[in-house]
Ligand binder design. Structure first.
Ligand code: ASP
Length: 590
């Protein structure tokens, strides 16, 4: 009789009496003399196999006594119930074991550089170098099972709503998403370059002009940015675009698949997501990706700070800056050392400094007390709603610095005061972003998103006269302080696109050269269209409760952009370079 392979991790008490064939990896061996135990791992989980010298053929016993961790084995045996005292509650298969009758080695393993178990003290470098071993760990496999389920559900929701999955090129022209491009030299066209896509932005717009009406893609994107813990050079976006949409249509499609995606991890997400306009998000939380699991709002102390003669306030206000505060409930208990750390944190986020005031046992203490007119500190505290036992943190600075610093302190205070309900997933939409930002250094306007974002109709007449006041039809979807995705209703008329290019300082010639195909396409009947892109890696990491994106990407790079397993980036053969028109670099002799 030939046996089909049985996933060992699925064996239960009801399987007792069955003869099974297991194929998998040896996770552990325990030799008790008369009995040898092997724990066998496959994708379905772990199961214990027992070799009983009194009952098992001698060659199987000798195989078992030689078996080492990570050997690949085929084992036949009978499923038996474990005795009362021998059950293992920590294993789903813990009520049974397999009484072995045969063992065959399918392949042997050298001693692995770390033990392949959920709990590991291997460094991340070692894990990435031996990624195939790292990925054998059940915790990692669980992440990829979830990732597959999320991707499947997203596809299903979008497919059912009539979105077509269309692939777009990897070798393309630069797309302006604000990052540096990865460039690929052309062998055939010497001296010319492809760029790897920062996003499929222009292709998806073309697909709308092609009449596809609804497009999506789990799209690989490439951005040559300085890597931080939560970024990778290449990542996957859930990218979509619709024709004739309102913002509501986009929100509806996205909320629908996010609910399904998080449900895959057992996380219930309520719809519709609350909405927040950009301006209110900044005023209240100092950031356009607020963590709404807690409130802790900032307050504007400009009025109370004006006319005090207090140098830090005067300086900030006179130069068009702001004075903002954050009330930290119960924060009067913060030590001096803690306040110094918070000041350091504020500086890291660009603020010149941090002022504080405490209200405790009816007394107000603050380093600003002497510098302020009588009664003014009380007014500041009253405006911020400070009660006895609270702390007020104040930043007087440029608006951007004040917001950045206080947003960071808000998050820090929430953690410290344990205001964060870790079981919550607080989604929201942020809308009405400014269309453009101003770069003081180059004295020019730049697109806050990308240059194809549509302005709001009612602001259009100020596009040239007051570009900074024009709001975009752009939106972000945010959860727990993370930006999950952003998108917009696009410009679909060539004249408006050219106007926006002009404001951005992209002249006619440059516009034609870089985006001529878009401007042309817009002239042949472009439907109104809009879309969004969400980071699939980030969604998976949050749903899996992973601390790093690297835990949901099979073969990620380190923060310095190295693939420790393949050792990319790497040298190539001189001949390959010559074919591309490059001279191989002269390297010092080793
Ligand atoms: N292309 C944009 C991005 O990658 C998303 C969009 O506007 O749809 O961020």
């Amino acid at each position: 009789m030939t046996l089909d392979r049985q996933p060992g991790g699925l064996l239960r008490a009801s399987d007792a009496g069955r003869t099974v064939l297991l194929k998998g990896w040896v996770a552990r061996r325990r030799d008790l003399g008369e009995l040898i135990f092997l724990t066998v791992r496959d994708r379905s989980g772990l199961v214990q196999v027992v070799f009983d010298k009194a009952r098992c053929p001698p060659d199987a016993v000798s195989g078992a006594s030689e078996a080492r961790s990570e050997d690949v084995v085929a084992i036949t045996g009978e499923v038996i119930l474990r005795g009362e005292g021998q059950r293992n509650k920590d294993l789903p298969t813990g009520e049974v074991e397999v009484l072995a009758t045969g063992l065959e080695f399918l392949s042997r393993s050298e001693t692995p550089p770390f033990v392949v178990e959920n709990r590991t003290n291997a460094t991340e470098e070692l894990r990435l170098e031996y990624r195939y071993l790292d990925l054998r760990r059940p915790v990692m496999q669980k992440n990829f099972v979830l990732r597959d389920e999320i991707a499947f559900r997203v596809r299903k929701v979008l497919h059912e709503r009539g979105f077509l999955e269309v692939e777009t090129p990897m070798l393309t022209r630069s797309t302006p998403e604000g990052a540096r491009d990865f460039l690929v030299p052309s062998r055939v066209h010497r001296g010319q370059w492809y760029a790897l896509p920062q996003s499929p932005q222009l292709f998806k717009q073309m697909l709308m002009i092609s009449g596809f009406e609804r497009y999506f893609q789990l799209a690989r994107c490439f951005r040559d940015e300085d890597l931080r813990a939560d970024r990778q050079f290449e990542f996957t976006q859930i990218d979509l675009e619709m024709s004739f949409p309102t913002e509501e249509d986009i929100f509806d499609a996205v909320e629908a698949f996010l609910v399904e995606a998080f449900a895959a991890a057992g996380i219930a997400v309520a719809r519709p997501f609350p909405r927040l306009i950009f301006k209110d998000a900044m005023e209240r939380y100092g950031t356009d990706r607020p963590d709404l699991r807690y409130d802790l709002p900032l307050c504007n102390l400009g009025e109370e700070a004006a006319g005090t003669g207090f140098a830090p306030f005067e300086k900030a206000l006179a130069s068009g800056g702001t004075v903002r505060g954050l009330r930290v409930p119960g924060g009067a208990a913060f030590s001096r050392k803690r306040l110094d750390e918070l000041t350091e944190k504020a500086r890291e986020h660009g603020a010149g400094g941090l002022l504080w005031a405490k209200s405790a046992a009816g007394e107000i203490t603050s380093p600003a007390k002497k510098g302020l007119p009588e009664g003014r500190l009380e007014r500041l505290l009253a405006k911020a709603g400070v009660a006895d036992g609270d702390l007020l943190l104040i930043v007087a600075d440029k608006e951007s610095a004040a917001f950045a610093a206080l947003a960071a302190l808000r998050a820090e205070a929430a953690r410290e005061l344990k205001l964060i309900d870790e079981s919550r997933y607080a989604f929201c939409w942020v809308t009405e972003f400014p269309l453009l930002g101003f770069d003081a250094e180059s004295q020019s306007w730049f697109p806050m998103n990308h240059p194809f974002t549509g302005p709001r109709e009612e602001d259009l007449d100020r596009l040239e006269s007051d570009p900074g006041s024009v709001r975009a039809r752009a939106y972000d979807v945010v959860v727990n302080g993370w930006e999950l995705g952003s998108g917009s209703i696009r410009i679909h008329r060539a004249d408006l696109q050219e106007r926006v290019f002009r404001v951005l300082g992209i002249g006619e010639a440059e516009g034609k050269e870089r985006f001529g195909f878009l401007l042309d396409a817009l002239k042949y009947g472009a439907p109104p269209h809009g879309g969004i892109a969400l980071g699939l890696d980030r969604i998976c990491a949050i749903a899996a409760g992973a601390t790093s994106l690297r835990d949901v990407i099979a073969f990620p790079k380190t923060t310095s952009g190295i693939d420790l397993m393949t050792k990319a980036p790497a040298d190539v053969f001189p001949q390959q370079l010559r074919e591309l028109g490059f001279e191989p670099p002269v390297r010092p002799e080793k």
